[in-house]
Design a protein around this ligand. Structure first.
Ligand SMILES: C[S@@+](CC[C@H](N)C(=O)[O-])C[C@H]1O[C@@H](n2cnc3c(N)ncnc32)[C@H](O)[C@@H]1O
Length: 236
């Protein structure tokens, strides 16, 4: 079982309440994200995905479906995928007719080419190694229809890593945990690296975006949007 799968299983075992934001780690100093910030974040996602009523959307690493169930109101269907049974079970309770939820590992899940108009990977890309991110982008490009949009949110910004690890104690912990193969937040990514990767994988209009400064994690995370090229050599 992968490190992140174990981490999520442990996180869910240890939860004292069923606050949906807490379930997926949307917290600061152990306080779950409030409704205002969540609504603002959701509005940005809907806007950046340019959702249309006939769109089929893949929400990869969907957690408990906090976003999947909301964006379903703006499109034809959402396929929500996560490797946590427990989180997928939470989503099932919400019964949105146009949301299908499946338990699968994004590292090896497969879809037919051009199955989706939009793909969302929210607050999860940090849980893949660099080689996995490369492969994932190649596969997501093939799953998207030409002109389809990929939105990746909350990318850990490698150029601002020390804004997060901002004390000697935190930096110490970071080095120890990284050495132990048990990273605290996950993989930190360079914006230019991600732009080049997206171009390599078959995307265009690749744009890293700042988050509003009022967002809790905006000082060390960014969002990333790109569009699948219309003439594209699928990589499988
Ligand atoms: C921080 S949560 C974000 C959940 C959701 N996207 C959201 O924004 O509310 C990260 C999610 O990624 C999932 N995840 C991490 N690695 C995964 C993988 N390889 N395959 C499927 N899900 C994965 C975890 O189970 C967790 O639900």
């Amino acid at each position: 079982m992968s490190y992140w799968k174990r981490r999520w299983d442990r996180h869910l075992d240890g939860l004292q309440d069923d606050d949906p934001c807490r379930q997926v780690g949307r917290t600061l100093h152990q306080q779950p994200m409030g409704a205002t910030m969540f609504r603002s974040m959701l509005a940005r996602v809907v806007d950046q995905l340019e959702l249309q009523p006939d769109h089929r959307v893949l929400d990869l690493c969907c957690g408990n479906g906090l976003l999947s169930t909301e964006i379903a109101a703006h499109c034809r269907s959402v396929l929500a995928v996560d490797f946590s049974h427990e989180l997928i079970k939470q989503m099932a309770a919400q019964r949105r007719l146009n949301v299908t939820a499946i338990v699968a590992d994004a590292v090896n899940v497969c879809f037919r080419p051009a199955s989706f108009d939009r793909i969302l990977v929210a607050a999860a890309v940090q849980q893949f190694t660099e080689p996995e991110v490369i492969r994932l982008f190649e596969r997501m490009a093939s799953w998207l229809k030409p002109g389809g949009i990929l939105l990746v949110t909350d990318v850990l910004d490698s150029e601002r890593i020390w804004r997060f690890y901002d004390t000697e104690q935190r930096r110490g912990l970071y080095f120890e945990q990284t050495m132990a193969g048990a990273p605290i937040l996950g993989t930190w990514i360079n914006r230019t690296w991600l732009r080049h990767l997206a171009c390599h994988a078959g995307f265009e209009q690749c744009v890293p975006m700042e988050q509003p400064s009022s967002y809790w994690y905006s000082h060390y995370r960014f969002d990333f949007v790109c569009r699948r090229r219309t003439r594209h050599m699928a990589r499988g």
